[in-house]
Design a protein around this ligand. Sequence first.
Ligand code: ASP
Length: 279
Amino acid sequence: MTAIIVHGGADDFWPEWREAAWKCCERAATAGQELLCHGGSALDAVERAVRELEDATVFNAGTGAYPNADGEVEMDAIIVDGSTGRFGAVAGVQHVRHPIGVARAVLERTDHSMLVGAGATRFASEQGFDFVATDDLVGEVKSGSQHGTVGAVALDSQGVVAAATSTGGAHNKLPGRVGDSPLIGCGAMADSRVGGASATGDGEALMRVMMARAVFERIRDGMSAMDAAQAAVHLLKKETGGTGGVICVDSLGRLGHAHNTPHLAYASIDAGGVLSSGL
Ligand code: ASP
């Protein structure tokens, strides 16, 4: 049994971007699912799906990422292995098309969990990631709330859950600003015994409620994945007044998603192989 769900941000996409957002999510979920049904790992599936989303200019991650106040692109990403609880993350990484790949390299090729700023960018270069100019990454504004973070959560045939999140962060942010996305328990969380989650929205608010962990705890305490996602979004609003969304998968492959923004671009393929998507 396998399952995957992906998102392209809790946002209010302008009409001309909506179809692209939705279709890209379908493509990403399908790409991840193809790996899963050939025995691929949940880690490979979420990385594959997020790379697809990072390549899509409609989203604020990888190519299409929003610039900071200096016009630079500083990106954040995390990938979590639910079989061990270990994760790799980068914050403020520059000049790479796939921050999620750099996060995976931190997980698998270092003794650390998170690299930031110049150190993260240097690590990416040393690990052989292609470098591109800021102009090749920077995206135009596609929505009013300017979110558009991407993420994926998957369950593989071995029962392992993995989660991944990647973002350009807040549009026009102060240089050096980091939001929830690369922080464990905030932007993503996975434990194969329970499930996993990836969050999006107002980073400063999501950090306060530790959004991915909020979903995770509710699944652990017996809620369905869908109810847990909704309850966490409710908590976000109640505690902070913030907006956002979340996707999740439980250890049996049941899927959840919720948002309090006009849209959450998402696509999923459930344990029965059924593709669902929406905005
Ligand atoms: N949560 C992200 C951040 O604050 C933004 C987003 O989800 O769109 O960096």
